[in-house]
Design a protein around this ligand. Structure first.
Ligand SMILES: C[S@@+](CC[C@H](N)C(=O)[O-])C[C@H]1O[C@@H](n2cnc3c(N)ncnc32)[C@H](O)[C@@H]1O
Length: 278
């Protein structure tokens, strides 16, 4: 006898819970609604619908992948970011909600026509969200990873958003002259490798870790800020909640002004860096 939708959903949620997934029921709903092209409401109004054998097999595969702690976004193949549906998979970091807050901070202070740059673009999340909000501005995006840039460019093409994708180390081959440079660079300390959530093992390691205190790449980009920014330009960085003082100090020794902003959870998370004290 074929299982009903609700019995299969409940079994899947129990399975995910037993594998340490916090929002097991919610995630099972996401997987089911995506795979069966149903809304979450459909899952409940059609609770006694028999699920065909082929769908049972397909759903089991997805639930087992998530049970092995592969990120939900990889299993689904996409992640929503600032209202854009981005394709993601192995090779790019899954864009995080805090980074949406970073985009909000950038947009709140980017009203001119100057070009914008996203360093370490990954799936293209920041660059594409900026281009969507500011279609009149040129937007550049760099990454060291060819695989990430291929995914980012495909996202841009599918969404009809024109961004210039550049493969380089940080912004080293770019001439500068940006009104805003935004970067969510790897910022986890090497010493924390292996101590983080199991999901992180699936994401590209070069997207996560950066030297003994996590700040190697951030320090390097700060050192390049004066060259990259227009005189009134702003460098925006996302960082670990304990890294604010070290970032402030890295700016001070370069004669840059730095203000640390908190995320919605109240943790110091974003640095706003300028050449002149504004
Ligand atoms: C934390 S991920 C952020 C991705 C994306 N910006 C986001 O917020 O979802 C960091 C990104 O920096 C890239 N990256 C790492 N080292 C780099 C380097 N030396 N130069 C340029 N990009 C680098 C990684 O490939 C990865 O895509």
């Amino acid at each position: 006898m074929l299982p009903t939708l609700m019995s299969l959903l409940q079994r899947s949620a129990d399975y995910l819970k037993s594998h340490g997934i916090d929002n097991a029921r919610r995630e099972a709903e996401w997987l089911f609604s995506d795979a069966l092209a149903l809304t979450r409401l459909d899952l409940y109004t059609r609770f006694d619908m028999p699920v065909e054998e082929a769908d049972v097999v397909r759903l089991r595969t997805l639930v087992q992948r998530r049970g092995r702690r592969e990120p939900l976004a990889y299993v689904l193949g996409n992640q929503d970011f600032c209202g854009l549906r981005l394709t993601v998979g192995p090779g790019v970091l899954v864009p995080r909600p805090e980074t949406e807050e970073l985009v909000g901070l950038v947009l709140a202070e980017s009203h001119g026509a100057g070009p914008l740059l996203d360093v370490g673009t990954g799936s293209g999340a920041i660059a594409l969200a900026l281009k969507q909000a500011r279609p009149g501005n040129e937007v550049d995006a760099s990454d060291a990873s060819e695989q990430a840039l291929a995914i980012a460019a495909a996202n841009g093409q599918r969404l009809g958003l024109s961004v210039r994708w550049i493969r380089c180390h940080l912004a080293s081959t770019l001439p500068g002259g940006y009104a805003a440079v935004v970067a969510n660079l790897p910022y986890i300390a090497e010493t924390e490798r292996g101590q983080c959530d199991p999901e992180l093992a699936f994401e590209p390691q070069e997207a996560l870790y950066s030297g003994p205190d996590g700040l190697n790449l951030i320090r390097e980009l700060i050192a390049d800020a004066r060259r990259l920014l227009l005189p009134q330009g702003i460098l925006w960085l996302e960082h670990g909640w304990q890294q604010g003082p070290a970032i402030t100090e890295a700016c001070r020794v370069r004669g840059l002004s730095c203000a640390i902003r908190a995320d919605l959870a109240g943790k110091p998370r974003f640095a706003r860096i300028t050449v002149s004290p504004n």
